[in-house]
Design a protein around this ligand. Structure first.
Ligand code: ATP
Ligand code: MG
Length: 395
């Protein structure tokens, strides 16, 4: 922008932008005729003359075909009339010259940047889609591997169960063989013989009981059914009798009679058997393992829940270890443990619509570990008149 005055069009003000355009300093320009700033014949000078002649403002825009983009020059010239003068001719003029090419460049640059961003966005979307597909395939593979692992661990645990049942049957079978031998040797003493036969009878009843349980295990349906929790606990304690005996632990069972859960009996038995086996592995002297069961109702939904707990006074699990115990193959038992017990428990509990929790202390009066399994409760047959069954046994 420039302000010129007088007939001779002397520059009295010029801004830095115009100086830059004219490639001169303000000192070189101020006090000189405006015509010296621009090349002779410049459109702006022609307009300036016209404004002086007519006393009216003029504006003009022209395009210069500069590479790579056209430049736009616009000129605005306003006359400044002297207040006191009677002359119509202006005392000076204000000249505004604008070069609009930088704006174009900025717009073009911005357009190019937007285009790049759009292309990049497209690339990122495609990469995200590819990643997503890969991730989904990996998740599917992982799920299949987990299911295969669960199936194989269930088979392995059925194998372990069979071995422990064979072990349980073997003891009374040996007793039967011994007592029959003694009975045969006591034919001349009928009272003794009768006593031996009664012992044999008792042991055979025990074998029949174990066999019934085993057959029940294999015949039961894979559908969730109404399952009695106290029967479940009793069957788990029965199954692990020899392990309980060799650990020397006292087993306390406390369960409200008639409490029932909706679950697959065999799966829930496997969960409780794994938890009880872990407790028996963890306890030392004066060992006590408590199996408890209670019912509660969710205050928000009113739904009925059954909580089963297996609590021991064993060595406990430290904070660094506890975060890993539900991971597959995590064990602190070396080659003796597979590290799949708790992982299987978690899967089976989740499959039956429940959740599993652990609380543990490694020292002090509250040393020991408590696992809680919370499952949806089944409608109970007789909610009133519930009895609290409590039993304690050191086998
Ligand atoms: N009641 C418990 N007291 C102390 N530690 C426990 C208890 N229950 C589980 N743990 C810890 O959690 C680990 C994982 O248990 P999990 O049942 O998954 O495998 P495991 O018992 O080692 O092997 P497996 O069950 O195949 O015999 C155990 O090795 C043990 O360190
Ligand atoms: Mg285990």
């Amino acid at each position: 922008m420039a302000i010129v005055e007088g007939d001779t069009q002397i520059v009295c003000y010029v801004n830095p932008a115009l100086c830059q355009l004219a490639r001169r300093s303000s000192k070189e320009v101020i006090g000189r005729p405006f015509a010296e700033i621009l090349p002779a014949g410049d459109k702006c000078l022609l307009l300036l003359d016209r404004v002086y002649r007519t006393g009216k403002s003029e504006s003009h825009t022209e395009q210069e075909d500069a590479a790579p983009h056209p430049l736009y020059w616009s000129y605005e010239i306003w006359p400044v009339l002297a207040e006191s003068s009677e002359d119509d001719r202006p005392a000076g003029v204000i000249i505004q010259i604008t070069e609009t090419a930088p704006f174009h460049r900025r717009v073009t640059a911005m357009n190019e940047a937007l285009l790049c961003a759009a292309v990049r966005q497209q690339e990122l979307t495609e990469a995200a889609l590819a990643l997503n597909t890969k991730l989904q395939a990996e998740m599917k593979e992982r799920k299949q591997a987990q299911e295969a692992l669960l199936r194989s661990e269930m088979l392995a645990s059925a194998g372990r169960l069979a071995a422990s049942i064979a072990h349980e049957i073997n003891n009374p079978l040996e007793a039967v063989m011994n007592t029959l031998y003694l009975a045969r040797a006591s034919v001349d003493r009928p009272d003794s013989a009768r006593e031996y036969l009664e012992i044999a009878d008792g042991e055979l009843l025990r074998i029949a009981h174990i066999t019934r349980q085993t057959l029940g295990f294999y015949r039961e349906s894979a559908e969730a059914t109404t399952t009695s929790v106290s029967a479940l606990m009793a069957s788990v304690v029965d199954l692990l009798q020899s392990k309980i005996r060799s650990s020397g632990a006292a087993i306390e069972q406390q369960c409200e009679e008639h409490l029932q859960v909706m679950a697959v009996f065999g799966e829930l038995r496997q969960v409780l058997a794994n938890l009880l086996a872990n407790s028996l592995d963890a306890v030392g002297e004066n060992a006590v393992v408590k199996l408890r069961c209670s019912a509660s109702r969710s205050p928000s939904t009113g739904r009925r829940y059954i909580r089963m707990t297996v609590a021991d006074n064993g060595r406990g699990i430290d904070a660094a270890t506890v975060k890993d115990i539900f991971e597959p193959f995590f064990t602190t038992k070396g080659t003796v443990g597979t590290g799949l017990g708790l992982w299987v428990c978690k899967q089976l509990v989740a499959k039956n619509g429940g959740s599993i929790w652990v609380r543990s202390n490694t020292d002090g009066k509250r040393r020991g570990t408590t696992f809680s399994v919370v499952l949806p409760g089944a409608a109970i047959q007789a909610e009133t008149g519930q009895k609290l069954g409590k039993s304690c046994a050191r086998l």
